[in-house]
Design a protein around this ligand. Structure first.
Ligand code: CO
Length: 437
């Protein structure tokens, strides 16, 4: 008798009906083997093998009825889905999901799904009346979010929800779902800014090779911190996860101990964005048992020296002492990590007076270095990116044909430029330094 396997969808849904829509879609996806009830009327969890619980986020939590039902679920295979007005991949969304998971701490969460839900129009009108600056008041950011949520959950969301929970169910009945979280299961997550330049990905491939060589028994996953890069890749059919998305998948796969290896050059904006995303997964109930994060490449004196050793050795051997070398770092217009770059520029200069470092967006800036180059009377300059990949900045800002590329400007100053368009990650020594984290 196959009817002994039973699935239950339990939900709480408010006036918008967003959560109900998703709940019904999931139930329809399973058909006769699946029951569906609002949390207040739901039967006891005992006879079900997979209980999928859904709610619309209200003040950061599920409604009381569902919370009470969650408390009744012990040692069950469960799924959680959530609709909310905030961005589904926001910190807020993951924190809300984390709270729900906390209530299900004795259960095994097999699948999770979060999607946008249209806000109640009456609530939107009330928000518009709130004074500026008050909590949930109206601003451009909120307006954008409300519009984005307007059409959700849509057909695509419903299909995705069906698919996620069906896949989880198949794993449960086939016995391939992770057994328990008691056994330590390690993984590595490589977190990079990301690139859309195909040739630049060689740097990432090389780093992955080095990391796998250093950790042969540990599965390696990828995440890109740049939403812009991810969206662009998505349009061309390549899906790369955000840090949160990747950690979420790894958690569901049963990994308990994760080492996040940062591919960032400095602990700047992107690095901190990454930390924030990781934070969500260090919550006591919904997090990993162990979650380590590696430092950025240029984050302390020891690493600074090591990095200088490596990049100086990467300068082509044909370079003569009187030839200049200019490294292009990224930098930040708000001055983040400026001191790291200034320290590196000083150390490079100390080692060799004709090696320079400038950044695209911050200090040390290119104009200063350009002056120094004029004074140094170098007639030949090697241009090299101090970035993990030779992506957009290297191809365009450093070596592009436009008048405002560093190459064009230095050529206008009468210098011969030799761009070396290799990302740091393409050098094995850098890959090894990253892998040694
Ligand atoms: Co940039």
């Amino acid at each position: 008798m196959s009817t002994d396997k039973k699935i239950l969808v339990v939900y709480t849904s408010r006036s918008t009906g967003n959560t109900l829509k998703v709940a019904e879609a999931i139930q329809q996806g399973f058909g006769a083997q699946c029951d569906i009830f609002p949390a207040a009327d739901a039967p006891k969890p005992d006879k079900y093998d997979f209980i999928i619980m859904g709610f619309g986020v209200y003040r950061g939590w599920a409604d009381g009825d569902l919370r009470a039902y969650m408390a009744k679920c012990r040692n069950k295979n469960v799924g959680i889905f959530m609709t909310l007005g905030a961005w589904p991949d926001s910190e807020h969304a993951f924190n809300c999901m984390g709270r729900a998971e906390g209530l299900l701490s004795s259960c095994r969460v097999r699948a999770k799904f979060i999607c946008h839900g249209r806000l109640d129009p009456a609530m939107v009108e009330r928000m518009k009346l709130r004074p500026a600056g008050a909590p949930h008041s109206w601003d451009e950011e909120r307006a954008k979010r409300v519009v984005a949520a307007e059409t959700h959950p849509d057909e695509n969301d419903l299909a995705k929800a069906q698919d996620i929970f069906k896949t989880a169910w198949e794993k449960i009945i086939s016995g391939t779902a992770p057994k328990s979280r008691k056994k330590t299961k390690e993984a590595i997550l490589l977190a990079a800014f990301g690139t859309t330049v195909k040739s630049a990905a060689a740097a990432y491939d090389n780093i992955e090779r080095m990391v796998k060589a250093a950790h042969p028994d540990t599965p390696v996953f990828w995440a890109y911190t740049s939403r812009m890069v991810r969206n662009k890749l998505d349009k061309s059919g390549t899906k790369v996860k955000s840090v949160r998305g990747a950690l979420n998948d790894m958690f569901l796969e049963g990994f308990t101990s994760v080492k996040v290896i940062s591919l960032h050059v400095v602990p700047g904006e992107e690095y901190h964005k990454m930390l924030k995303e990781i934070n969500t997964f260090s919550m006591p109930m919904a997090g990993f048992e162990k979650l380590e994060i590696s430092p950025a490449l240029l984050s302390n004196a020891e690493r600074l020296n090591k990095l200088c050793d490596i990049v100086c050795a990467c300068v082509p051997s044909g370079r003569k002492n009187e030839d200049a070398v200019v490294f292009m770092g990224h930098g930040n217009h708000k001055g983040r990590c400026e001191l790291n770059y200034l320290a590196m520029a000083a150390e490079l200069k100390r080692r060799d007076k004709n090696i320079f470092l400038a950044t695209v967006e911050g200090n040390p800036d290119f104009e200063t270095v350009r002056e120094e180059l004029k004074n140094a009377k170098c007639s030949k300059v090697y241009l090299m990116p101090l970035m993990v990949v030779a992506g957009d900045h290297a191809c365009n800002d450093l070596a592009g044909a436009e008048d405002d590329s560093w190459k064009s400007m230095l050529e206008a100053d009468g210098m011969t430029c030799i761009p070396i368009l290799k990302g740091l990650g393409e050098y094995d020594e850098i890959g090894q330094l990253i892998a040694a984290n």
